[in-house]
Design a protein around this ligand. Structure first.
Ligand SMILES: [Mg+2]
Length: 296
């Protein structure tokens, strides 16, 4: 504190603070070098991914093309009375058609929350429930048009989300305010923990829908929006293998929206470990990648 006061007396408070921060950075870099580890990149890890989501023409194009392709395939699938997007659903005859869509980063764009977290230096779950309660997330480009087309063809749209049941009403409010179809008289927003058996694995909720509907299409941004924990909780090579195992579904009745900000792939890269801290996570992720050199 004495040093800070002395610095403050010599220079402006801003200059003194920058000098102190510079000193702290040098100490951190020295400690890191002494520990024999690569220094983690400066700045929030999600910065480039969030830029890509919020500002790039490229992300907008890939999201739009996914919904447009899904619209074409939906018409085809509705014409086949035996078509089902769920391998587990055996009896689909005479059931009305439905589609199951994920919410976050599939129908709704939460990148503003991500920007707040980066600017405030906070991390999930801090501020997440408050963001959901605001109910101000906007739709992904093409999402409303796709969902409305489905509804206009007599397809019930179910929103199966791993948002907690505590924000179920706010989520329904947000979706409705954006113009997504919300079938009257039935619960179409199925949240985590809404029932005791509805955990983070969405399989039980998909089968709940399949009890009364022929599920003709799934859309999501995470492998768990399509298949269960037995595949999605594997390491990243195992998760990639699961994609190949279900190759006939992709682009036919399963449609994936890219999410470069977060997802199972990110958790798998750190071995599903929690409490590593940002620097620890970054080191593990850097180690998980292949640099093309022979492995030691
Ligand atoms: Mg999602």
């Amino acid at each position: 504190m004495i040093a800070i006061r002395r610095l403050s007396s010599l220079a402006s408070p801003g200059a003194a603070r920058r000098l102190i921060e510079f000193g702290q950075t040098i100490v951190l870099l020295t400690l890191t070098a002494c520990a024999g580890r690569a220094a983690p990149p400066a700045g929030p890890a999600e910065l480039n991914a969030t830029l890509f989501h919020q500002l790039s023409a490229e992300y907008r194009a890939v999201v739009r093309q996914t919904f447009l392709a899904a619209e074409v395939k939906l018409q085809e699938r509705l014409g086949d009375p035996d078509a089902s997007a769920l391998d587990e659903a055996m009896d689909v005859t005479d059931k009305p058609p439905a589609i199951i869509v994920d919410v976050d980063e599939t129908m709704l764009d939460n990148s503003p929350w991500q920007v707040r977290a980066m600017r405030d230096g906070t991390a999930y779950p801090e501020g997440w429930a408050e963001w959901c309660e605001e109910a101000s997330a906007e739709a992904l480009p093409g999402a409303i048009e796709f969902a409305q087309l489905a509804a206009s063809r007599g397809v019930t749209v179910f929103y199966v989300t791993n948002r907690d049941v505590s924000v179920d009403d706010a989520t329904a409010r947000n979706l409705a305010a954006q113009g997504f179809p919300m079938a009257a008289g039935i619960d179409v927003v199925l949240t985590k923990n809404e029932r005791p058996e509805w955990g983070s694995d969405k399989t039980s909720r998909r089968l709940h829908v399949a009890d009364h509907y022929r599920v003709v299409m799934l859309l999501g941004d995470n492998l768990g929006d399509f298949i269960g924990d037995e595949y999605t909780r594997l390491d990243n090579r195992g998760r990639q293998g699961a994609v190949d195992r279900f190759i006939d579904h992709w682009g036919t009745d399963w449609f994936m929206i890219p999410n470069a900000i977060y997802g199972g792939w990110s958790q798998a890269a750190v071995g599903y470990r929690r409490g590593l801290g940002k620097a620890g996570e970054l080191r593990r992720k850097l180690r998980a990648l292949d640099d093309g050199r022979p492995r030691q």
